[in-house]
Design a protein around this ligand. Structure first.
Ligand code: FAD
Ligand code: NAP
Length: 373
């Protein structure tokens, strides 16, 4: 018997869950609030600490959030996440502090396996596992990033804070993200210094030209950052010339790491279609994926906005779509009414069929079975 067959057999003993949500950032908790208020009793796998990945998501790594509506005085990242979690628990949400290690989307209903407890059977799944901003791995990088000490992986999020105003700010990276971050920071910094490990940018020419012609930007080529100095706040960065090995230091008031992001999709083991950059592919203006009844939300589908509020927005969409999917395909609950000027919106782009009486006969993957979503 294969591991998958054993897992499916074990899980067939327990009752199926209407909605299983994987992740614990703004997308997951918003999806949980909506699903719970729709009486779907969602089960959330919030993960467990692994390196810089902490239950609560990326906002656990930052201090002040000044752009999440509803908090005119700002709110810390950990407090915002705690409040979202508490709101989800206020309704009937069950939380497991475990990582999802694998999912089986090859037959319906789906099976979700995690670190410690028995696998569960899921009628719908919402993937909200986010993305990791890549860090360099410097000895003092995380220490200063986690306590608002002037190291960040998100200029749009942190750049406008008073802490960074009128200071020399360093940006690491040579791709489009680094170009965007550098240009954004020119609004607040006295000078932006891009430190890049080679002598050419990887970024598109138009972005690179815009950066290179900006009066506030200077580039240090062929150089890598090897450490950050500062007790509670950054004071300087240590540099190493990649050609000569010569060491120097540069006084800065902030360091922005912009070397790319990695969406958290490994546990899916290729069962959902991904974009060229590894993000989960969803239908336009929907959160439906290549497999029927599986939805995705937050940074794991988004290499463009990458914000808490947009993650919450797509988390809301995923829960509403899951609710509609269950109503149409499993006869569970009532579909939330979503109407446009042209009339009711179908649950999927294709014509929706009558729900089958037996949940177990629900079609699974559109890709494999041609079933409606
Ligand atoms: P994430 O926040 O990425 O969280 C997903 C979480 O799911 C993971 O951390 C992990 O705990 C869990 N998970 C992952 N895999 C599994 C698994 N297999 N099983 C179970 N659980 C799993 N945005 C703003 O709008 N304003 C800001 O001020 C701001 N500041 C930021 C500062 C920093 C330093 C960073 C890095 C980002 C910042 N952002 C900010 C961006 C914001 O954090 C993200 O856009 C947002 O958190 C994405 O939310 P998400 O729900 O997609 O998931
Ligand atoms: P990227 O293209 O992979 O670039 C990452 C950059 O970081 C590279 O210059 C790389 O150096 C550098 N780097 C990687 N690891 C490093 C390390 N450990 N230390 C120092 N430097 C390191 O990633 P990205 O910039 O996030 O872009 C990803 C994709 O999104 C791209 O296709 C990009 O075009 C797209 N994007 C588009 C826009 C836009 O159009 N507005 C904005 C953002 C992103 P090397 O060059 O030496 O490898």
């Amino acid at each position: 018997m294969t591991e998958t067959e054993r897992t499916n057999l074990q899980s067939s003993q327990s009752p199926a869950r209407d909605v299983v949500i994987i992740g614990s950032g703004p997308a997951a908790w918003t999806a949980a609030v909506y699903a719970a208020r729709a009486n779907l009793k969602p089960l959330v796998y919030e993960g467990e600490p692994v390196g810089t990945e902490i239950p609560g998501g990326q906002l656990m790594l930052t201090t002040d959030i000044e752009n999440f509506p509803g908090f005119p005085e700002g709110v810390t990242g950990p407090e915002l996440m705690e409040r979202m979690r508490t709101q989800a628990l206020r309704y009937e949400t069950e939380v497991r502090s475990e990582l999802v290690t694998s999912v089986d989307l090859s037959k319906y209903p789906y099976v979700v396996a995690s670190s410690y407890s028995e696998p569960v059977v899921a009628l719908t799944v919402i993937v909200a596992t986010g993305a990791k901003a890549k860090w360099i791995g410097l000895p003092n990088e995380m220490r200063l990033a986690q306590h608002g000490g002037g190291v960040s992986a998100c200029a749009v999020c942190d750049g406008a804070l008073m802490f960074y105003r009128n200071k020399v700010l360093a940006v690491v990276g040579g791709g489009d993200t680094a170009m965007e971050e550098a240009l954004y920071l020119t609004k607040y910094a006295s000078e932006v210094v891009i430190v890049h490990r080679r002598d050419t940018f990887r970024a598109s020419k138009v972005m690179a030209d815009r950066v290179l012609s900006h009066e506030k930007v200077r580039v240090i080529w062929n150089t890598r950052v090897v450490d950050v100095n500062g007790a509670d706040e950054i004071t300087s960065i240590e540099l190493e010339d990649t050609e000569t090995g010569a060491r120097s230091s540069l006084e800065v008031g902030g360091l922005f790491i912009a070397i790319g992001h990695e969406p958290n999709t490994k546990f899916l083991n290729g069962q959902l279609d991904l974009t060229a950059h590894g993000y989960i592919k969803v239908d336009p203006w929907r959160t439906s994926t290549s497999v029927g009844g599986v939805f995705a939300a937050g940074d794991v589908i988004d290499d463009y906005y990458r914000q808490a509020i947009t993650s919450s927005g797509t988390g809301c969409m995923a829960a509403l779509e899951a609710e509609r999917w269950l109503a149409h395909h499993a006869g569970i609950g009532e579909s939330p009414i979503l109407e446009t000027a042209e009339g009711p919106v179908p649950a999927s782009p294709e014509q929706v069929e009558e729900p089958p009486a037996d949940r177990r006969s629900i079609p699974r993957s559109r890709r494999e079975s041609g079933a409606p979503r």
